[in-house]
Write a protein that binds this ligand. Structure first.
Ligand SMILES: *Cc1c(COP(=O)(O)O)cnc(C)c1O
Length: 380
């Protein structure tokens, strides 16, 4: 019998999603605002539990864009961004006609290196005469970045932090939820993230003023007049009330989805314990509590000829298992070829040795065991 293909990170529905979508139809709220949007935002706020205001948007990328817009990022500005991430972390810098300045990762968290961040700020300031306008820190694969060190550096240079927590809903750093640690926080509800709205995102705001400004910009920057009057450039970035209905249902099962991602990670760790040549990415120290959105491994030591993440990926593909190489660092991407970069080889090394394993909450222990055994066939 043909076995089901094992996917990297498939969305898992809780059950109530259909009900909330039907609500939207029944009440005529088939528009990019409405009760589902309000209640989805409220449940995210309660989950983050910090007095922050959450604004639901059409994507995580839109949230990053509006964050940079609000921080005044404009033509000629520098914005420092982690290089080891998905391109969507940095695209909005270019939407604002600013310059991305890429900073490499540190080996423990795979996220922004505080030492290289400091260097990037000092050297760019010396060169341009101005500090970068913002810093985009990413919690990659759900692992919190070294926020104490990064926040101290940012504060010393008076640069606001945009926290890209697109992959880190439910992750905690020092007992605080990722997404609430910067000046503005970004969440994503794309199909493969911790929860989905079939496509969507949110901006986590510290103040009611930031939230109002975000809603204003996301709804075409319409001024408060009886006719359409515009003094600033607007966007159509609000989340649909249909999508928000899915989000409401997903919030009801969020704790279960998070628990399962962490269980899957623990199971991989057990299965690979003592296997030479495979290292499972884990929390580097107390205070780091990843949601383990994706469990990632790196191939360690001298690799036998022909063994690399791509050959391993193809081997798994042949067995009906989807896996994916780690993010290709942005300083290596042709689209960012001319961006300044402060690099020490860490992310390039990870890209050359790392693989993301199937981690979706619907996977069974048998699925995970099958993945691990297929990997061990090749790596021994
Ligand atoms: C998914 C993702 C985004 C973008 O979110 P979308 O909702 O897909 O626009 C940004 N940054 C990171 C790190 C992501 O993984």
């Amino acid at each position: 019998m043909e076995r089901e293909r094992i996917l990297l990170s498939l969305a898992t529905m809780g059950g109530a999603e259909r009900h909330y979508i039907a609500d939207a139809f029944d009440t005529g709220w088939v528009v990019p605002l409405g009760p589902n949007v309000d209640l989805f935002e409220k449940s995210l706020q309660e989950y983050l539990d910090t007095g922050h205001r959450v604004v639901a948007l059409s994507s995580g990328t839109a949230a990053i864009h509006l964050a940079l817009n609000q921080l005044g990022v404009t033509r000629g500005d520098d914005v420092v961004c982690q290089s080891f991430t998905f391109a969507a972390s940095a695209f909005p810098i270019v939407y604002q006609c600013a310059t991305p300045v890429f900073v490499d990762s540190e080996p423990d968290t795979w996220n922004m290196s505080p030492a290289l961040l400091e260097r990037a700020i000092v050297e760019r300031k010396a060169r341009t005469g101005r500090s970068p306008k913002a810093i985009i820190v990413v919690h990659l694969y759900g692992m919190p970045a070294r926020m104490d060190e990064i926040t101290a550096i940012a504060a010393r240079h008076r640069i606001p932090i945009v926290e890209d927590a697109a992959e880190a809903l439910g992750s905690e750093y020092g007992g605080r939820k990722c997404g609430t640690l910067g000046e503005l926080g970004v969440l994503s509800f794309n199909g493969n993230k911790i929860i989905t709205t079939s496509g969507g995102g949110a901006l986590v705001c510290r103040t009611p003023e930031q939230a109002l400004r975000t809603i204003f910009l996301a709804t075409q920057a319409r001024e408060n007049r009886p006719y359409y009057h515009h003094e600033s450039l607007g966007y159509n970035y609000r989340l649909s009330n249909i999508s928000a209905g899915i989000g409401r249902g997903q919030m009801e099962v969020l704790p279960r989805l998070l628990a399962r991602r962490r269980e899957i990670h623990a199971l991989y760790r057990t299965l690979f314990a003592g296997v030479r040549g495979i290292r499972v990415m884990e929390n580097p120290a107390p205070g780091f509590d990843s949601n383990f959105w994706l469990t990632c491994i790196t191939l360690e030591g001298d690799l036998p000829a022909g063994l690399n993440p791509e050959s391993l990926r193809r081997h798994l593909e042949g067995a009906g298992i989807e896996s994916r190489q780690l993010w290709k660092p942005l300083h290596l991407q042709p689209v960012f070829a001319h961006a300044p970069a402060f690099i020490d080889g860490t992310s390039e090394g990870l890209f050359a040795r790392g693989l993301c394993l199937p981690s979706g909450a619907a996977l069974t222990d048998d699925d995970i065991t099958r993945v691990a055994h297929r990997i061990m066939e090749l790596v021994k």
